[in-house]
Structures are given as structure tokens and as C-alpha cells.
Design a protein around this ligand. Structure first.
Ligand SMILES: O=C[C@H](O)COP(=O)(O)O
Length: 249
């Protein structure tokens, strides 16, 4: 049985003070056990303070990117060791915004996934097609290639322990969510790809989230699908009331 995982991706939002105010607002609400694992993926600048603030709670902290080397002359980059030291547990890799604006490729995604795993960080590996690709009937081909190349060279055990996020690019920040059935169909397909590449146990254990305009009023239908194990949420994760509604259902 896979535990659902609800991860907020704050993107480039919230100062340290705002991040701490958010966590103080949700802490009392999440004091008891929740069915879903709760993760906040914050900007680098807020990670240390957040990791400290959530100690002793079930909330886990994630970063939104990392570099694959441990140290060196890579101006502006952050290494897995640096994240680990802060108490970060998760790291988003290959978000479509990084693929679109920062030249992320399936090859760099793969390097980052390996670096995260090597240092005990759980990667949330993002895959998903653009509107153009969907309209050209290329959705399955695109997610298959991103999954195959992004996870290349991993062991079945490593794949079983990571998280994949299916985020159709046309659904991100647009208010246009994939239907429950569409999201389930693609996510089931991705699970099938994992089965072909890494075997039945990895496919059964790997958690696959849906992301793209998830809100408190549409999350229940998505999570009711047999292959959807949670959500990666952008806009609706920024407000404490809305985030609590996503996590505590
Ligand atoms: O990582 C999160 C996704 O990009 C979804 O963003 P959104 O919920 O604002 O559509």
C-alpha cells in the first residue's frame, strides 16, 4: 500500500519570514497523523529556517532543484550535501519550468536524480507533455522517454523509493486540470513503463503524483484514482488554509 504524498511547490514565492509564518499557521492543524505525507518544497533561502521550524512535526521539507556535483567551481549552484546538511528530505528534479527556462534536459535530470539518491535525498522527478505534444498525440511517447532517460542506470530498489510527478505542462498554473480519467490514464502508463524497465515490485512501490492546477475542490477525485498517489501543488499550496484543505481530507 503506497502512502499518498502531498507536496507544495512554492516556486519563487515567500521570504523567510513569510515561510515561517506559513508553517506556524499549519503546524497546529497537522499535529495529528494525516493519511498523506506532507512536504513543502521551498526556495533555497527558506530551507534552513523551515527545516528547523518543522522539527518534531510530520512535515517534511523539500528543495526545488539541486546540482549533481558535491562541490566545486559552479557559481550559483547548490549541492546535495548542502541540502542534506540543512535537514532537507526531498528535492524536485526536472520541473517543466526548469526544462523550459533553465535548459534542463533528460540527461541533467538523470544526473541530478542520481546525486540526490547518493546523498539520501528523495527525488520528485517531474515528467509531462506540452499542449503541442498532447495535441500531436505524443503524450505517452513524451512521458515514456522522460521516465526512461530520467531514471536511467538506477536500481529497482532506488526507483521504488523515489517519487514521480506527472505534470502536464498545459495544466500548470492555468486552472485547467487534467480530468481524473486523463491523469489516471497517463499515470497508469508511467507505472507500466517503470514495470517494463525495473520490474513489478518497483512499479508497485513507486509513488506517482499528479500536478497541474490541483485545488482543494478537485483533489479528491484525482486521489481516488488507483494509480495516483498524491499531488504536487503550486498555487494552492501558498495559502495555509488551502494547503491544510489539500492535506487533511
Ligand atoms: O509543481 C507544481 C506544479 O507546477 C503545479 O502548479 P499549479 O498547481 O500552480 O498549477
Amino acid at each position: 500500500m503506497r502512502q499518498p504524498i502531498i507536496a507544495g511547490n512554492w516556486k519563487m514565492h515567500k521570504t523567510v519570514a513569510e515561510a515561517l509564518a506559513f508553517v506556524e499557521a499549519i503546524k497546529p492543524e497537522l499535529a495529528g497523523a494525516t493519511a498523506a505525507e506532507t512536504v513543502i518544497c521551498a526556495p533555497f533561502t527558506a530551507l534552513a529556517s523551515l527545516a528547523e521550524a518543522v522539527k518534531g512535526t510530520p512535515i517534511r521539507i523539500g528543495a526545488q532543484d539541486l546540482f549533481w556535483e558535491e562541490q566545486g567551481a559552479y557559481t550559483g549552484e547548490i549541492s546535495p550535501l548542502m541540502l542534506k546538511e540543512l535537514g532537507v528530505s526531498y528535492v524536485i528534479v526536472g520541473h517543466s519550468e526548469r526544462r523550459q527556462y533553465f535548459a534542463e534536459t533528460d540527461e541533467t535530470v538523470n544526473k541530478k536524480v542520481k546525486a540526490a539518491l547518493k546523498h539520501g535525498l528523495v527525488p520528485i522527478v517531474c515528467v509531462g507533455e506540452t499542449l503541442e505534444q498532447r495535441e500531436a498525440g505524443e503524450t505517452f511517447q513524451v512521458v515514456e522517454q522522460q521516465t526512461r532517460l530520467g531514471l536511467a542506470g538506477l536500481t529497482a530498489e532506488q526507483v521504488a523509493g523515489l517519487v514521480i510527478a506527472y505534470e502536464p505542462v498545459w495544466a500548470i498554473g492555468t486552472g485547467r486540470t487534467a480530468t481524473d480519467a486523463d491523469a489516471e490514464e497517463v499515470i497508469a502508463y508511467i507505472r507500466g513503463v517503470v514495470n517494463d524497465l525495473f520490474g513489478a515490485e518497483a512499479a508497485e512501490r513507486v509513488r506517482i503524483q499528479y500536478g497541474g492546477s490541483v485545488k482543494p475542490d478537485n483533489i479528491a477525485g484525482l486521489l481516488a484514482q488507483p494509480n495516483i498517489d498524491g499531488a504536487l501543488v503550486g498555487g494552492a499550496s501558498l495559502d495555509p488554509v488551502s494547503f491544510i484543505a489539500l492535506v487533511r481530507r
